[in-house]
Design a protein around this ligand. Structure first.
Ligand SMILES: NC(=O)c1ccc[n+]([C@@H]2O[C@H](COP(=O)([O-])OP(=O)(O)OC[C@H]3O[C@@H](n4cnc5c(N)ncnc54)[C@H](O)[C@@H]3O)[C@@H](O)[C@H]2O)c1
Length: 361
């Protein structure tokens, strides 16, 4: 039991309980010791449900000597500050996305993390979706040939009630942005992870379907990747009633489409395949075949966990973090890695503020 990594959770709103479920779902390697929230009822509720201690402030949580790692689940614009406090208190950290909303404070966090020599992971749980892993592996191995186009489309809906549910939501200071910084960051992160670094953006943003928020609820952008490929982004929380999150990757030897986290389409040209001069309108879908070759999640890092659990990919990412601590290696998504998508989003905001002028990264 003593080799279990002992966790605390800071922030018990919407996402904090997912961390509690993920941690308690890995009893062989992790233990939930305590949670904290400045709204005491929220901490008490999570503590009651998961059988741990609770506090009404961060200092008491960070002061506990029986905690090795802290999950930061507070509003986005407070992440780096809380993470630096936790690192200085000698704790490893798991930080919810986005790592923070300004590059300056993210860079300060990187310095503290390096100086303390503790581990810091940032949540991007969809990198652990099987569809994402397949497409990432395929692009890295060149199975789609030369990459030509990549698109991320997030056609979601968030009601005014959602934005009104927390004072920090929809503010520049604490949410750091809207449909992009809060919601579409997941799909944009996957896009740049599978296609490679984004070097230039031209964008427009709008606030079209909500009031009492400062930030965008719609954004479009044209993207250029370092490898020469081109990209498109559509990101909104103003598409009633809320539709899909979709990622498309194209190359001159294959394509893949992920829709709502599932692999919808996959084709990688077998050696010698020529194809018709005018293409074949999406025929030759190999998705089922590659999915069956990949195996099921039961063979993954959290084998035996409940596949229906909403917290399953959080669990997979936390398992990677725990391995990183044990093996003294970097987690798959460390702060430097998580900084990339924030830099792209801030470049998109910059371009939109300047009437769509290209912004270079
Ligand atoms: N990975 C995902 O899919 C996902 C989903 C939802 C939210 N998130 C991220 O999680 C973070 C929190 O979002 P949420 O929807 O849970 O917000 P929320 O408002 O529901 O919860 C945040 C909680 O933090 C508490 N808090 C604020 N300041 C605190 C402090 N100094 N000390 C202790 N507690 C404090 C608040 O009282 C609140 O209960 C955001 O950064 C968001 O982007 C990620």
């Amino acid at each position: 039991m003593s080799d279990r990594l002992r966790f605390g959770i800071l922030g018990c709103g919407v996402i904090g309980p997912h961390h509690a479920r993920a941690i308690t779902g890995m009893p062989d390697i992790a233990e939930l010791v305590a949670v904290a929230d400045t709204v005491p009822d929220r901490a008490q509720k999570v503590a009651g449900e998961y059988g741990c201690a609770h506090h009404d402030n961060a200092a008491d949580l960070l002061g506990r000597e029986d905690i090795h790692a802290v999950c930061i689940c507070t509003p986005s614009g407070t992440h780096a500050e809380h993470a630096m406090d936790a690192l200085r208190a000698g704790k490893h950290v798991v930080i919810e996305k986005p790592v923070d909303v300004q590059l300056g404070v993210i860079d300060a966090l990187i310095e503290v993390q390096r100086a303390t020599n503790l581990k810091a992971a940032v949540i991007s749980q969809h990198r652990w979706d099987i569809a994402t892993q397949i497409v990432h592996e395929a692009t890295r191995a060149g199975r789609f040939g030369r990459l030509t186009l990549g698109t991320a489309q997030v056609s979601w809906w968030r009601s005014q009630g959602y934005y009104d549910s927390g004072e920090w939501r929809g503010t520049w200071a604490l949410d750091g942005g809207g449909a992009l910084m809060n919601q579409s960051i997941h799909t944009l992160d996957l896009l740049q992870w599978v296609m490679g670094p984004i070097t230039e953006v031209s964008a427009y943003t709008g606030l079209l379907a909500h009031e009492r928020i400062e930030v965008e609820d719609a954004a479009v952008a044209i993207l250029k990747f370092a490898n020469g490929a081109l990209g498109l982004l559509k990101a909104t929380t103003a598409a009633y009633p809320g539709l899909t999150a979709r990622l498309e990757v194209h190359g001159d030897r294959g394509s893949a489409i992920i829709s709502n986290d599932e692999l919808d389409y996959y084709h990688s040209a077998p050696e010698g395949e020529q194809g018709a001069d005018y293409g074949a309108s999406g025929s030759g879908n190999q998705a089922e075949e590659v999915l069956s070759q990949y195996g099921t999640r039961e063979s993954g890092p959290t084998a035996g966990s409940d596949p229906a659990s909403l917290s399953m990919t959080h669990r997979d990412q936390l398992a990677d973090f725990i391995c990183a601590v044990r093996e003294n290696r970097e987690p798959l998504v460390n702060v430097e890695e998580a900084r990339k998508v924030v830099a792209v989003i801030l470049a998109i905001y910059d371009s939109a503020r300047h009437g769509g002028r290209p912004t270079h990264l």
